[in-house]
Design a protein around this ligand. Structure first.
Ligand code: SF4
Length: 59
């Protein structure tokens, strides 16, 4: 299970990095997944709804 960012949808708003700095950071105006090994969906369900552009998914 890992976090995926659809760069066709990411608008670079920074909301995910602000809300979950342990999992996302901004690079060149787009979100970037960091610490993927620490992500556990059951403990971080907010990640699924934080992006207003539906760019974040869990696969
Ligand atoms: S919240 Fe969505 S649109 Fe905003 S930076 Fe993160 S992935 Fe991109």
């Amino acid at each position: 299970m890992y976090l995926n960012i659809d760069y066709g949808k990411c608008e670079g708003c920074g909301g995910c990095a602000e809300a979950f700095p342990e999992f996302f950071e901004m690079r060149d105006g787009k979100a970037w997944v960091i610490n993927p090994e620490k992500f556990v969906l059951g403990e971080n369900r907010g990640v699924m709804t934080i992006c207003p552009y539906y760019a974040i998914s869990v696969e």
